[in-house]
Design a protein around this ligand. Sequence first.
Ligand SMILES: C[S@@+](CC[C@H](N)C(=O)[O-])C[C@H]1O[C@@H](n2cnc3c(N)ncnc32)[C@H](O)[C@@H]1O
Length: 203
Amino acid sequence: MPTSTLPSSAASERNKDPILDALRPLLPEQGKALEIGSGTGQHAAYFAAALPGWLWQPSDMDKELFEAIAAHARLQEAANVQPAIELDVRTNPWPLPAKAQFDLIFSANMLHIASWICCPGLMQGAARHLTADGLLVTYGPYLEQDVPTAPSNLAFDADLRQRNASWGIRQLADVEKEAGRAGLQLRQRISLPANNLLLVFSR
Ligand SMILES: C[S@@+](CC[C@H](N)C(=O)[O-])C[C@H]1O[C@@H](n2cnc3c(N)ncnc32)[C@H](O)[C@@H]1O
């Protein structure tokens, strides 16, 4: 795929460094990561290139993105990005070997651009496929009871709901509840630019 026609997200370019800076101190030198909803693959390529001890498995429910994911990995010369796999978090169980285990399951900007059922799907799948010390890390905007929602996030939420009635920025408390049902606890809430949060869950 020529670089000129390579699907790219401007938001991913903006947020990749803040996310990487927040991820680094959480991660050991080496490990296996599964990314959910990889989209264009910019995060996969950038993080894998910056974390050479990690094997990065991108995935998405949309197979049409796989060529772009591979092309971004080639551009970053990230040989530790595996070919993307088709994974829809609503599938139960996920289409992975039963014993497949990951030290990190990472998902950016998926929960609000997907129906709510994807949240329990993400939590249950992550609980099944995380190693004992593994981390589930999500990134994106969230609504919080005690934190005033930024006007930009309110507008984004209204826009999402207009585009698809089942989409919308999720309440952090609801996400935490689903994590708990799956046996995962919220361990860290890290504020990132543009009113986004990095959430860290583990057993
Ligand atoms: C807004 S994009 C985010 C892409 C990338 N993670 C980023 O932050 O730039 C949301 C992605 O989630 C994927 N997605 C939506 N619903 C999904 C599901 N049920 N299972 C897996 N992926 C899903 C979409 O195909 C899309 O690639």
